[in-house]
Write a protein that binds this ligand. Sequence first.
Ligand code: SAM
Length: 239
Amino acid sequence: YFIDQVLSSGQFFKITADDAHHMKNVMRFRPADTFHVVDRQKSTYLCEVTEVDGDINCRVLSTVEESPELPVEVSIYCPLLKGEKFDWMIQKSTELGAHEFMIYEADRSIVKLDDKKQKKRLERFSKIVKEASEQSRRQMIPNIRFVPAVKSLDFNTHDRLLFAFEGNALNPATSLQNALSDLAPGSRIAFIFGPEGGFSDAETELLLKHHSVRLGPRILRAETAPLYALSAISHSFET
Ligand code: SAM
């Protein structure tokens, strides 16, 4: 669970509203049960339930030192995908450590939504990433929003832009391992993935100015590609 206050060892606090409902009626928490809470400073604590009434009354037992976050921040740039594929992709990518999701408008995007529908969709996406963060004991909930087309995006806030590209005879893509080899912990990566129909020629030309990376020798579905990338990044920093 995430709580918008700063905690410390021994402190008593309450969990209220939707989270209290979830703990009481879904997880069936009882006094003395333990669970993890992430506070406003993104620190994780082992806590125990002291009393269950309208709210959940709790106490902090100890700090959890190991961080579940990836050593680099990975922003996933991916267009909306058909059906429930996008829901699935953000859920799994959150489990695998994605830092944020930028839903850009691709030239070959199949799904296009007006502002009202985007707002509704974001509500659902936010719920999915929150639940996935809790389940994976993340210390943060990835941010998710709609952004414009690749040609109007500003990637200056990132240390590296990686472009998931299968490669072709003229433009062979490098391996992900190569593209990551000189990245220090703490680096911010913008990782761009194409829609079901792949990138247009104009997008490809623009993105080829950055690092194009191949995600193995097989063509992956649009919803699989970010999962391959995040798993490989996670593995490459594993000691
Ligand atoms: N290239 C095909 C096309 O244009 O019809 C398929 C596109 S694939 C389903 C969707 C996206 O996943 C691609 O644009 C790319 O970003 C990523 N992708 C899939 N397999 C990949 C691979 N082996 N290496 C790099 N990127 C890949």
